[in-house]
Design a protein around this ligand. Structure first.
Ligand SMILES: [Zn+2]
Ligand SMILES: [Zn+2]
Length: 348
């Protein structure tokens, strides 16, 4: 029996290193040598500090990490496409494959008891190896790195889906509330999709700085009481045609609605929390279309990888901290502080 290192999250703001058996791929499964496994805001919000999740966000004590990217080292019986040596991004939710949402490509929305997400209900990427379904692996195009791929498997995919939902184009100014990793992704992709100027808000000066340093936003605006006025000033009093909340904070969601132009579109992708706002004033009378958008589909993730190559973009631009697997405690501490860009565990 060969063993491997893995990391689990006990739910008290610590990480635990474990040894586990290297799994054998069953029918339709592949074994990946892990190369990069980034940390998502949801890992912090629902698992690391405390096990808060229920349903699709219930954490079952498995190896953590739902942004895995690696290389195929073994394939199980009946695999139809992948072979040893292939570089793949893992769409991190393995759905039942036969329900409406799965057939639509949105395995994220599968409600079958067979659904299991890596890092939540089945082993994730914080390990030397991961067992994945061939059907949820997407080939990583050569110019992209394993770190690029890891970032696509949740965060960049989520940002891209939100922007697709908004039908973002060169006719739009884009407001992003929350410049954490997903907000930074929305800025990078929004620019490539033609939007501009791009305005971003955040509470953390460090995050405003990261967005500015990489030229991802044209205006980095502190999320204080003056933010709404600043955005109005920068947009001739009209607001932005498109806005996306990537923070999950109530104040930021209200700011996004307030600062969306009449007839504009707004998407919420930041998870959690509650919101209360004057519906007539901010939504109905402004004729705003408000979208909720959850992760992305297999097809859109594949499409995003193709576009990243064409746009010559590297998601890893927003990575500010890299750690080895044995430094996972430091990685989580940094991610928990909410001031970093993306934090990624890199295997080699
Ligand atoms: Zn995530
Ligand atoms: Zn399903």
């Amino acid at each position: 029996m060969t063993t491997m290192n893995g990391v689990i999250l006990p739910g008290d703001s610590t990480v635990r290193h474990i040894q586990a058996e290297v799994p054998d791929p069953g029918p339709g499964q592949v074994l990946l040598k892990m190369k990069a496994s980034s940390i998502c805001g949801s890992d912090i919000r629902a698992i690391y500090r405390q096990h808060l999740g229920t349903g699709p966000e219930a954490y079952k004590g498995v190896i953590a990490g739902h942004e895995p990217c690696g290389q195929v080292v073994a394939v199980g019986e009946g695999c139809k496409r992948l072979a040893a040596g292939d570089r793949v991004v893992v769409y991190h939710i393995a759905g039942c494959g036969v329900c409406e949402e799965c057939r639509h490509g949105y395995m994220i929305g599968c409600t079958s008891p067979h659904r299991a997400a890596h890092g939540w209900q089945r082993d994730g990427g914080h390990a030397d190896y991961i067992l994945a379904e061939e059907a949820t692996c997407i080939l990583l195009p050569e110019p992209l790195s394993y770190v690029d791929g890891a970032l696509v498997s949740c965060g960049f995919g989520t940002a891209y889906e939100g922007l697709l939902r908004l039908r973002l184009s060169g006719q739009d100014r884009l407001l992003i509330t929350g410049l954490g990793p997903v907000g930074l992704a929305a800025a990078m992709l929004g620019r490539a999709m033609g939007a501009g100027p791009i305005l971003g808000t955040d509470l953390a000066p460090e995050r405003l700085q990261i967005a500015q340093d990489h030229g991802l936003v044209d205006h980095a605006i502190p999320a204080d009481d003056a933010a709404a006025d600043t955005i109005a000033e920068l947009t001739g009093g009209r607001g932005c045609e498109a806005s996306i909340d990537c923070s999950g904070s109530a104040a930021a969601r209200v700011l996004a609605l307030q600062s969306t132009r009449t007839w504009g579109r707004c998407a919420f992708v930041g998870e959690g929390g509650q919101i209360s706002f004057p519906v007539s004033e901010l939504l109905i009378h402004k004729q705003i279309t408000l979208y909720g958008s959850w992760v992305t589909s297999l097809r859109h993730m594949e499409d995003l990888l193709e576009h990243l190559v064409r746009w010559q973009l590297h998601p890893e631009t927003v990575v500010t901290h890299r750690f080895r697997l044995d430094q996972a405690d430091q990685a989580y501490r940094i991610a928990d502080q909410g001031a970093a860009g993306k934090v990624c565990i890199v295997m080699d």
